[in-house]
Ligand binder design. Structure first.
Ligand code: PHB
Length: 375
C-alpha cells in the first residue's frame, strides 16, 4: 500500500474482488462491503449534543458502504467519558437528525451505536455524583477520563433486580430516538467491557440472581435488550457488536467459546442483520487464543458477519476470497482517510492518524484529513 505506483496485478485483484461491489444488508443496499467502525472522537458539546462538525465529519466518510456512529450513550447513567454524545433527549434527536440527513444526501447509510458503559464511568460524570452501575460491585483496573483529566476508577454499585426493566427501557427509548433521528438502523454495543459485556462475562458478573451465574442467566440482559430494540426497529435494522476475546475494559471470561456460542444461538431468534465481531484484542493483536474459533460463530449466525480489528486491504481481500467475513469494518484508517474506500480501491497511500487529535479538540485531526484527490 506504500507503493507509489500500484501494479496492474494488484489493481486487477481489486477489480475482481466483491469488496468494492454492492452488498445487500437486510433491507439496505450498501455500495460496498467496507464499513466505518464506531469511533469515539469526544467532540460532543454541552448536554451531550453531537458537535457542530459531526455532520461534516460523517459526510466526508459517506462513501463507506455503511457508517456506524461513534458509541452514543442511551442515558446519562450510560455515559462514561467526557464529550461523548447522547441519544436520550429531544435536542439530541434533532441534532442527530441533521447529521443523518446530511449523510443520506451524500449517498451514505448510517447506523447508530447504542451504548451504556456500566461500571466504566465515574461519579463526576454521573448525575448528582452517583456511583456507576454494574452487574457486581467490582472495581475495574484503569482510569476514567473526566473533566479533571485521568482519575482512578471507582467501585461501581451492583444493579438491583428491580432496576433491570429500567435498563431495558433505556435501550428501548434510545432505539426509538435513533429512529426519530433518521438513522438507517442501530448497533447494540455488547463489546469492549461495557455494561452488556459486563453482564455476559464471569469476571465482572458474580450475581447470584436470574442475571448471573449460568451462561443463560448472564446472557439474559443482552437478550432482553435485543428483544426491546428489535420491537422498535425489526431485526433487519439491528446489528450487534461483540468482542469475545478482548480484555478491553478489564474484562474476561472463563469459557468465551461456550458463552458466545450460546449468545449467537439465542440471537438467531431475532434475525439480526449483522454480527460485528472484534477479532482478537480491541485495537491490538488479532491473535486468537487456542481453542477459540470465530468462524464457528460466523457459521452459526443467521445474518451477515462483519469482521473488525486491524484489517488492511490485503486482509480484507483475503477475507472475501476465503469468505470468512461478509463485511469488513475499519476504525483508525477511517479517522485519517475520509475517502478510505477510494484509496483502497486505487491502492493509494493512506494518511496516518494523529493520536493527539483522536479524542477531543476541534476541527484539527477531525475534518481536515485530505482526500487522495486533494493531496
Ligand atoms: C473509547 O472511548 O476509547 C472507546 C469507546 C467505545 C469502545 C471502545 C473504546 O467500544
Amino acid at each position: 500500500m506504500t507503493n507509489a505506483v500500484p501494479s496492474n496485478a494488484a489493481l486487477a485483484r481489486n477489480a475482481s474482488s466483491d469488496l468494492f461491489k454492492p452488498f445487500q444488508l437486510g433491507a439496505l443496499q450498501l455500495s460496498n462491503r467496507i464499513v466505518m467502525a464506531p469511533l469515539t472522537r469526544s467532540r460532543a458539546k454541552e448536554d451531550d449534543l453531537p458537535g457542530d462538525l459531526a455532520a461534516e465529519y460523517y459526510v466526508q466518510r459517506a462513501s463507506a458502504g455503511l457508517i456506524i456512529s461513534e458509541a452514543t450513550q442511551i442515558s446519562q447513567q450510560g455515559k462514561g467519558y467526557v464529550f461523548t454524545p447522547g441519544i436520550y433527549s429531544q435536542p439530541q434527536v434533532q441534532a442527530w437528525k441533521k447529521i443523518t440527513d446530511a449523510v443520506h444526501a451524500a449517498g451514505g447509510k448510517i447506523f447508530m451505536q447504542l451504548w451504556h458503559v456500566g461500571r466504566i464511568s465515574h461519579p463526576s460524570i454521573q448525575v448528582d455524583g452517583a456511583l456507576p452501575v454494574a452487574p457486581s460491585a467490582i472495581k475495574p483496573e484503569g482510569q476514567s477520563y473526566t473533566k479533571d483529566g485521568f482519575v482512578p476508577m471507582v467501585t461501581p454499585r451492583a444493579l438491583d433486580m428491580s432496576e433491570m426493566p429500567g435498563i431495558v427501557e433505556q435501550y428501548r427509548t434510545a432505539a426509538q430516538n435513533a429512529k426519530a433521528a433518521g438513522f438507517d438502523g442501530v448497533e447494540i454495543h455488547a463489546a469492549n467491557g461495557y455494561l452488556l459485556d459486563q453482564f455476559l462475562r464471569d469476571k465482572t458478573n458474580q450475581r447470584t440472581d436470574a442475571y448471573g451465574g449460568s451462561i443463560e442467566n448472564r446472557a439474559r440482559l443482552l437478550l432482553e435488550v435485543t428483544a426491546a430494540v428489535v420491537q422498535v426497529w425489526g431485526g433487519d435494522r439491528v446489528g450487534i457488536r461483540i468482542s469475545p476475546l478482548s480484555g478491553f475494559g478489564d474484562i474476561a471470561d472463563s469459557n468465551p467459546q461456550a458463552l458466545f456460542t450460546y449468545v449467537v444461538e439465542q440471537l438467531n431468534h431475532f434475525h439480526l442483520v449483522y454480527l460485528h465481531a472484534i477479532e482478537g484484542d480491541t485495537g491490538g493483536t488479532r491473535t486468537v487464543p487456542g481453542g477459540f474459533d470465530l468462524q464457528i460463530l460466523r457459521r452459526l449466525f443467521n445474518g451477515s458477519y462483519m469482521a473488525n480489528n486491524g484489517y488492511d486491504l490485503e486482509l480484507a481481500l483475503a477475507a472475501r476470497d476465503a469468505d470468512t467475513a461478509d463485511l469488513i469494518s475499519f476504525g483508525r484508517p477511517f479517522i485519517a482517510n475520509p475517502d478510505l474506500v477510494e484509496r483502497l480501491r486505487v491502492i493509494a497511500p493512506l494518511n496516518t492518524p494523529d493520536p493527539a487529535t483522536m479524542y477531543g479538540g476541534g476541527a484539527g485531526g477531525y475534518v481536515d484529513y485530505p482526500t487522495f484527490k486533494a493531496s
